[in-house]
Design a protein. Structure first.
Length: 146
């Protein structure tokens, strides 16, 4: 097998593993929307890198659980004031088993170390996502009883 073929195969493997993890953490609805929205020739390479490197390489590494990775991401994204991505990762944190208390405490920690404005914005984003997530879970329970 030629060197470029091995590299292409490695890229494909990381992408497919990343897509699997990305769907498990962020949910099919979000991933499908992101892939559709950013499917132009211009933006598709970024989605490939996000999926391959972020989700396929970083999120599949040993040493941290998904719950631990989610907690770290919440702190970093909140501190960096990346509200859109913070929302995605609050949802992922809930899907990965973080409680509302753990999410709240992570954002309070950001306030102490990075500033209260960062924590305030983080709370705005997180509370909205948590409320939406709770509603979705209620709807799923109702539908499953029917």
């Amino acid at each position: 097998m030629a060197k470029s073929s091995k590299i292409e195969e490695a890229h494909r493997t990381l992408f497919h593993e990343g897509l699997k993890v990305r769907r498990e953490v962020a949910g099919d609805k979000y991933v499908d929307a992101a892939l559709k929205k950013f499917s132009s020739d211009f933006s598709r390479p970024l989605q490939d890198i996000v999926t391959e490197v972020g989700w396929g390489w970083l999120w599949t590494r040993p040493g941290l659980t998904r719950k631990q990775r989610s907690l770290l991401n919440l702190g970093m994204l909140c501190a960096l004031n990346r509200s859109t991505e913070l929302g995605v990762h609050v949802r992922g944190a809930l899907r990965n088993g973080l409680s509302e208390v753990e999410i709240r405490e992570a954002l309070l920690q950001v306030g102490g170390y990075c500033g209260l404005p960062a924590a305030i914005e983080g709370f705005r984003v997180a509370e909205k996502v948590i409320d939406e997530y709770k509603e979705e879970q209620k709807s799923k329970k109702i539908k499953s009883k029917l």
